[in-house]
Structure formats: C-alpha cells, structure tokens
Design a protein around this ligand. Structure first.
Ligand SMILES: [Ca+2]
Length: 229
C-alpha cells in the first residue's frame, strides 16, 4: 500500500510461453542435441514475439495518452445513467491555486492487464484513464468527499477504490477490481459503522468485509493491510 497516501490527494487520508514443436515433424537428420537446441531457439523466438507484442501495446497506450494530454483526442466518459461526460484534458481546470484543478500524475497498472493507466491528479483523487481499442476512456474518478478515489492492493490484485472516511458515523471503502476491458470483475467493500458517534468507536463499530460481518479487530487489520493506516 505504498501508493495510497500519495494518491488520496486531498489529504483526507492523508506467459505463457508457447511450447514449440507441438505439430512439428522432427528433422531426422539432426542429432538429439541439435533438436533440443532448435526447440530452445523456438521458445526464445516465442518469448521475443510476446515481448514485442507487450511493448507495442505499451507504445500504443503511450501514444494515445500523449494525444489525449495534448487535446488531440477526447477522453470518453459515460456516467452510469448514460450521461456523456467526455472531455479534453486541456479543458480541465488547471489553476494550481485552485484546489479543484487537475494535473497529469503517475502511470500505474490499475486494471491488472499489465499495461499502465494514466492518473490525472485532481479533486477527490482525480481521474484514472485507460487506453484501449484506439481510444482513451475514463475508468474512474473521485466522486466527492464520500467517494474519494484511490487504489490499493488486495490478494495480489489492484482494486480501484472509493473511500468515505471523512464523515461521522462510518468508514466505507468500496473496492472494484477491473480487467483490461474496462469491466469490473470483482467488487467488495470494507466498512465500519458507528452511527451514534462521530469518531471511530471500536466498541460500537459494526464491521463488514463484503457481506460478512467481521470483528472490529479484523476490520482494523484489513484497513491496515489494504489501506495502510
Ligand atoms: Ca492496465
């Protein structure tokens, strides 16, 4: 969870190797040692081909992000109700004195497909952008003080999270795991509710991880493990 604190920007919290020879007719003129060598060469060739493919996907994503940053292409964004919220990055507020301004941030693989997404730092954690199929899409954005955007590691996967922990009565961490197609493939939540109190109250807190009620001690362990505090 090295990145969580840095990313919650407002300070609220503060190969498969292709097996050669499958259909290959052995060249009987070769000795055993030579056959082995040849298959190793083919394995290596396959590995290089995969590396080339990965590199070209990375290059393609980098080029798309570059065009989006320059405003040459629109970042496609659609809300759940179908409202189109597409935008050009240069049109985002960018006055450094205004807390609601945006700036280009880091690149991280946020959807577990091996290709890095672009983070735009900004209000409520900013925006996460994904390049795919020749377009740039908004994968997620900060949705307000009750939906601070960040990302976290859990079970070896990166989850894109919306966090509500700056209000009285509850702490809510919504966690979505995406795939490389912009689809959510797993969702869970970590929550503590203590409605009679403003500050976190261990004696009163009812805690859940997903649908399962968990002891407050387990809640605090998971909060530390996933969100680093
Ligand atoms: Ca990715």
């Amino acid at each position: 969870m090295k990145r969580f604190l840095g990313l919650c920007a407002t300070g609220v919290i503060l190969c498969t190797s292709i097996t050669a020879c499958g259909n290959k007719t052995p060249d009987l003129s070769l000795g055993v040692g030579e056959e082995v060598d040849e298959s190793i060469e083919e394995d290596e060739a396959s590995d290089y081909a995969e590396e080339d493919e990965e590199a070209s996907i990375d290059d393609e994503a980098a080029e798309l992000f570059s065009k989006a940053i320059d405003g040459e292409i629109v970042v496609k964004a659609t809300y759940e109700d179908g409202t189109d919220a597409s935008f050009r990055i240069p049109d985002l507020p960018n006055d450094p004195d205004d807390w609601q301004s945006y700036e280009i941030g880091d690149m991280e693989d946020l959807d577990n497909d091996g290709v890095e997404e672009l983070i735009i730092n900004g209000p409520y954690g900013g925006k996460y952008l994904d390049a795919r199929d020749g377009e740039v899409y908004q994968l997620a954005e900060g949705e307000g003080t009750a939906g601070q955007l960040c990302y976290a590691e859990y079970n070896g996967k990166t989850y894109i999270c919306h966090v509500d922990n700056s209000h009285g009565g509850r702490e809510i961490f919504l966690m979505d795991q995406y795939n490389g197609k912009g689809e959510i493939v797993d969702s869970t939540s970590l929550t503590a509710e203590y409605w009679e109190y403003i500050e976190f109250n261990a004696d009163a807190a009812e805690c859940h991880f997903g649908d399962e009620e968990i002891p407050v001690e387990r809640y605090l362990e998971l909060r530390q493990e996933i969100f680093g505090y």
